[in-house]
Design a protein around this ligand. Structure first.
Ligand code: CDP
Ligand code: CDP
Length: 226
């Protein structure tokens, strides 16, 4: 099958809107591959911290991004053979990831790696620019969002479940800071593109959000087949 014929569902949106949770559930349901593009930026951030690289040297960071030795397997993420699934979720990694993600060189170094996930029978992916830049011809593009307060509560509960204590005010501040940086950068900024459907999950359960994505996708597939 030609790559451009392989279906892709992109779910972009701000932090803690539910992108990863919903994208994974949808992928599992329709047996598509799944790409968490944010994990790639978080891995570059972790490797940058581990190697004490200069966070202002975009070319050096792009080299790190280009040569990252990573494996996604059985719901675990490996960096140079070590499991880092939980480590990259630290808010420190998220904040640094959003700093590094503003460099065009870093983004360019990750482009082909992301596109390589487009394999039969299809791909569900989440991030910030999956529909706008990486897969502009995606079958279905969604901009998933929720209010900053609700997203902060969700992140807080997520951390609590993992036994990590967090301060709600600090979390809200970090989430807003990251949203602002992601939305205002000059390259691949976070935002709803004209061809993306808006899905506000503020008042939706995970299952309702998942059903909406599936029904939109089925509607598109059905239209294409008649
Ligand atoms: O990937 P992203 O940062 O957008 O968010 P996530 O990690 O998938 O979701 C953040 C948290 O919100 C998770 O604990 C989800 O279970 C929860 N969530 C929710 O409570 N209700 C929704 N409609 C969507 C997500
Ligand atoms: O889970 P959460 O939404 O908090 O963040 P993430 O998706 O893991 O992404 C971490 C950071 O990587 C974001 O704040 C963005 O700055 C960056 N990112 C990006 O620029 N482009 C993407 N496609 C995915 C993530």
């Amino acid at each position: 099958m030609k790559t451009e014929k392989i279906p892709v569902i992109t779910i972009d949106g701000p932090s803690a809107s539910g992108k990863g949770t919903i994208a994974q559930l949808v992928a599992r349901k329709i047996k598509f591959h799944y790409l968490d593009s944010g994990a790639l930026y978080r891995l570059v951030a972790l490797k940058t911290l581990q190697s004490h690289a200069d966070i202002h040297d975009a070319d050096q960071l792009a080299q790190i991004a280009k040569h990252l030795d990573i494996v996604f397997k059985n719901e675990q993420i490996y960096l140079e053979g070590a499991i880092v699934t939980e480590d990259i979720r630290a808010e420190q990694c998220g904040l640094l990831a959003s700093q590094l993600a503003a460099y065009p060189q870093v983004r360019a170094a990750l482009t082909e790696r992301q596109r390589a996930f487009r394999q039969p029978p299809g791909l569900v992916t989440d991030g910030r620019d999956m529909g706008s830049v990486i897969f502009p011809d995606a079958t279905l593009k969604i901009f998933l969002t929720a209010s900053a307060e609700i997203r902060t509560h969700r992140r807080y509960n997520q951390l609590k479940e993992k036994g990590i204590s967090a301060n709600m005010a600090d979390l809200l501040h970090d989430i807003k800071k990251r949203d602002e940086r992601d939305s205002n950068r000059s390259i691949a900024p976070l935002g709803q593109s004209a061809d993306a459907r808006l899905l506000d999950t503020s008042a939706l359960t995970i299952s309702q959000a998942q059903d909406t994505v599936l029904s939109w996708y089925n509607e598109i597939v059905h239209k294409a087949s008649v």
